[in-house]
Design a protein around this ligand. Sequence first.
Ligand SMILES: Cc1cc2nc3c(=O)[nH]c(=O)nc-3n(C[C@H](O)[C@H](O)[C@H](O)COP(=O)(O)O)c2cc1C
Length: 304
Amino acid sequence: MQKNILVIYYTQTGQLEDIVKNIAKPFEDKKDEYKVTYYNIKLKKDFPFPWPSDVFYNTFPESYLQVPSEILPPPIEVLNQKFDLILFGYQVWYLTPSIPIISFLKSGYAENILKGTPIVTISGTRNMWMLSQEKLKVYIKQMQAKLVGNIALVDRHDNYTSVLTILNWLSTGKKEKTGILPAAGVSDEEIAGAGKFGNIIEKHFSQNTLEDLQPDLVKNDAVEIRPFLVRVEKVGNKIFTVWSRLIMKKKEKRPLLIKFFKVYLMTAIWIVSPIVLVFHILAAPLLWSKRQKQKKYFQGINIK
Ligand SMILES: Cc1cc2nc3c(=O)[nH]c(=O)nc-3n(C[C@H](O)[C@H](O)[C@H](O)COP(=O)(O)O)c2cc1C
């Protein structure tokens, strides 16, 4: 009997759609064995792309605090079927699964769809997805779904280059190389090659060995952990908590506070984070074993 595969995703730029479709291709290629259904999450009122600068920064508090927006109901074929495997594509906004993803998870539709089903999470981000994955794990657990794999595709350039290129991409809509700057986001080669992960997932799914899936994905470069970025994310989450609560509380001062937040964010990225990087490198010999442990944890799918 045909197995039912559901691919859930949201995308503004098309990047994540390309990634999940390439990963789903090995299932699509075996039409007699699998029926693949796509569910592209749609908001009632979507966010603009390219992003006007003020809208981009103004999205921060709700995004970080996981305040949902209204989504359009998923198609009937998604609501009326039980799936054998879910490929769950998501992107990160402000160190948190994006508002459209959170909106789906909090919509009341998600539980029915996800409950009891093995899930492979697939992210396409700049490079800071590790603590978002932790936030997503909580929803997956609450909904009694089973996380069996994780693939995290990122921009492989250094952290500073990728900030410049992503800001340019998100504000102009142009992903390609401009001047001395390389192309933004996940590289075309990695997107095109993402089908290799689909083959690995299909192999473990068909052989009933999903418990061995994640080590196999990691062996094939599905998850790269840079300890410095984990450190930045941890600090970033603490500071974002303070900023987001402050902005939500002082409603009448919101436009001004958002402006301050923007200045703060740029200062943190360009001035504070290089200083933290120096200390991070100096502390490397002392913290080596702790960082190895941390790396192993974030490459895995367990929940703390
Ligand atoms: C408002 C906003 C905030 C973002 N914040 C992060 C972030 O914290 N970490 C990260 O790695 N990428 C971040 N990104 C990049 C996205 O995760 C994603 O890679 C990019 O927007 C591509 O869009 P798509 O998946 O909707 O096509 C952000 C993007 C947006 C629009």
